[in-house]
Ligand binder design. Structure first.
Ligand SMILES: Cc1cc2nc3c(=O)[nH]c(=O)nc-3n(C[C@H](O)[C@H](O)[C@H](O)COP(=O)(O)OP(=O)(O)OC[C@H]3O[C@@H](n4cnc5c(N)ncnc54)[C@H](O)[C@@H]3O)c2cc1C
Length: 623
């Protein structure tokens, strides 16, 4: 049935699998996407939302490189919010509520329209390895499909075990069977594996809720969007979310189920995402709090199903139901689906190279939750990187690696393969040491030229990016070179309680002050005239404002990044024998031998490797 040898076989069509298949195929690799259920491509297993703090930046980066997640998020959004707008621009993070069903459908249609991509629905039960190189996959029905590279993106499905109270059953996600076979084969090949867990809240019937008892949470008044491409448009109408709270009564009711909770009676021992705790965890850990927020989020434009964000639980379903009925607005709630927890296998990501290729089997790549991460965005970005590198490997081209100062995606991959993770890894802005450089507004400047070079971002995108850059640079130059009289600027400064000036000066001097914004500067007729004459849109205005106001911070981070890049340039030879460096600490020797960093800079980020160990390495490398 499969007589051809594919360049790339992608196993699994979640967020990682979708991006992996799209990038490999768009780069000209003959690609097969094989997944357990073709109806569930790009399924959102948990919350119907994309983006958020640090995750929104990742979606913008995927989009800038030519991936699909941003476009699909825009096309299926029902609400848009720019989070953290009151903080500095490094923290601004776009987030959308999504129409869950349309999101999945949009992924399927987008992939169907991608050239070089074949589809097949089946469970992959094993891999074919010949001479430590990947040669294909085996399906549960006994088919062998041959491929030059394979990307595994099995998500939460590997030996997935679902828990609701004291009931347990196999599954990769509610309503879908678990994936068996692959873990055992990989362990037999020498891979280390571990278990993690995650959970999800109940979904309810919106017709049974009393929204008048909740607080409305509308989207932004002027919604923006994820994709830099002009092919998507900002929302012109949006759906509201609502906010309500738990109460001591709700907590008491939940506590009645604690003895049947798999979290507390020892049934689940694996670690879950620390920053997405279940409601029972929150009650336990923050016993002094008498209420917790619950965001009531619609699952789409037309459906009556709602997602109860903040009420993730694996307590028995009767307890979930009774407790939720105590929440304001939920007195008559009807359930669509109960909440549950799931345990699954993952593979510690220190077993991977920066390309996401495994160190043990050439041509075998891992991406997404299988690497111990959590979240659609984290998964999608790894899928994109694995798909790109699988295609490049087959095409015998240099690998594509993003540095920590180039992208959150670079931080994510470097953290995973250098430090590993023992609990589900999610991205935070605090993980990025150069977050002033890695903003959501400039991902296109950082990455679209690279995406274009790879053959992923179109020429139109590159041109749009170049025009935006040219216009914002020229606008910054306008502020730097144009003067404003004190008669004109002083009323603006006075309104903002900023010190007045006594003579005419370049506009940038006032604009650089902390409390003076672009809106203030637009009160100067010459500025408004410039904007109109040059047809500057919101993105250009935002970009110019950030360039002016954060110039100092940006320059400082660039300087630090340049210093780091010098260490990045000091390569460590393959299979370097650390045992001969007796002045290294025992722990450093052990960790360096295991992780095999490729540069001194990567070595410096391994926990347990001290500055002293780095000095030893530098001396040895002749620096
Ligand atoms: C119950 C639950 C709760 C979650 N809660 C959160 C949360 O609170 N916060 C958060 O950020 N993330 C949460 N997640 C995680 C989020 O869903 C994942 O991070 C994300 O979906 C991972 O994407 P992925 O592409 O790696 O895998 P998935 O989206 O899981 O996709 C895996 C794909 O692989 C296919 N597949 C698996 N095995 C095989 C096989 N052997 N052969 C063929 N196809 C196969 C599946 O059919 C599926 O299409 C939760 C997930 C679940 C299930």
């Amino acid at each position: 049935m499969f007589d051809k040898i594919y360049d790339v076989i992608v196993v699994g069509a979640g967020h990682a699998g979708g991006e992996a298949a799209a990038s490999a195929a768009n780069m000209g690799a003959s690609t097969l996407l094989i997944t357990m259920n073709l109806q569930n491509i790009g399924q959102m297993s948990c919350n119907p939302a994309m983006g958020g703090i640090a995750k929104g930046q990742i979606v913008r980066e995927i989009d800038a490189l030519g991936g699909y997640s941003g476009i699909i998020s825009d096309d299926t959004a029902i609400q848009f919010k720019m989070l953290n707008k009151s903080k500095g621009p490094a923290m601004w993070s776009p987030r959308v509520q999504s129409d869950r069903m349309r999101f999945s459908e949009a992924w399927r249609l987008k992939l169907e329209r991608t050239p070089n991509l074949d589809f097949y629905q089946e469970m992959v039960a094993g891999i074919v390895v010949e001479d430590s190189k990947i040669a294909g996959v085996k399906t549960s029905l006994g088919l062998t499909v041959r491929g030059k590279s394979v990307v595994l993106t099995n998500g939460t499905f590997l030996n997935g075990l679902i828990h609701i109270g004291d009931k347990q059953f196999g599954g990769g996600r509610a309503g879908e069977r678990a994936s068996t076979g692959i873990t055992k084969e990989l362990v037999d090949l020498g891979f280390e594996t571990g278990r993690m867990k995650t959970g999800t809240p109940p979904r309810v019937d919106g017709r049974s809720l009393d929204f008048s008892k909740m607080i409305v949470q509308p989207g932004d008044v002027n919604p923006e969007k994820f994709s830099y491409s002009s092919s998507t448009k900002p929302l012109t109408k949006q759906r509201d979310c609502h906010l309500t709270y738990t109460s001591p009564q709700v907590h008491d009711m939940l506590k009645e189920g604690f003895d049947r909770s798999p979290m507390f009676n020892g049934t689940i021992e694996s670690l879950g995402p620390r920053y997405c705790p279940s409601i029972e965890d929150k009650i336990n850990r923050f016993a002094d709090k008498d209420r917790h927020q619950l965001f009531v989020e619609p699952e789409g434009w037309d459906t009556v199903e709602y997602y109860i964000n903040g009420f993730s639980t694996s307590l028995p379903e009767d307890i979930q139901f009774k407790a939720l009925r105590e929440v304001a607005g939920f007195e008559n709630v009807k359930f669509f689906r109960p909440g549950y927890a799931i345990e699954y296998d993952y593979f510690p990501p220190t077993q991977l190279k920066h390309t996401l290729e495994t160190k043990l089997v050439a041509g075998l790549f891992f991406a997404g939750q299988i690497n111990g991460t959590t979240g659609y965005e984290e998964a999608a970005s790894q899928g994109l990187m694995a798909g790109i590198n699988a295609a490049l490997l087959v095409q015998e081209k240099d690998p594509f690696i993003l540095k920590r100062n180039e992208a959150y995606i670079g931080v994510l991959v470097d953290d995973l393969i250098t430090k590993g993770t023992e609990e589900p890894y999610r991205m935070f802005t605090s993980r990025a040491e150069y977050r002033t450089l890695l903003r959501q507004d400039n991902a296109d400047f950082r990455l679209t030229p690279k995406g274009f070079e790879l053959g992923l971002a179109s020429e139109d995108r590159l041109r749009e990016m170049e025009i935006k850059q040219k216009k914002s640079d020229a606008f910054v130059n306008f502020f730097t070179t144009t003067s404003v009289s004190h008669e004109v600027i002083n009323p603006i400064l006075e309104a903002k309680k900023s010190a007045l000036v006594s003579q005419s000066d370049k506009m940038i001097r006032s604009f650089s002050r902390p409390n003076i914004t672009m809106d203030d500067m637009r009160k100067i007729a010459a500025v408004e005239e410039y904007i109109n004459a040059n047809e500057l849109d919101t993105e250009v205005l935002q970009q110019a404002e950030i360039q002016v106001k954060y110039a100092g911070y940006i320059a400082k981070e660039k300087n630090n990044a340049d210093k780091l890049n010098r260490l990045e340039g000091i390569k460590i030879p393959d299979n370097f024998d650390y045992s001969k460096l007796k002045s290294l600490s025992f722990e450093a020797r052990e960790k360096l031998t295991k992780i095999k960093p490729v540069t001194v800079s990567q070595a410096s980020r391994i926990s347990g490797v001290s500055p002293n160990d780095i000095s030893v390495l530098l001396v040895y490398m002749g620096r």
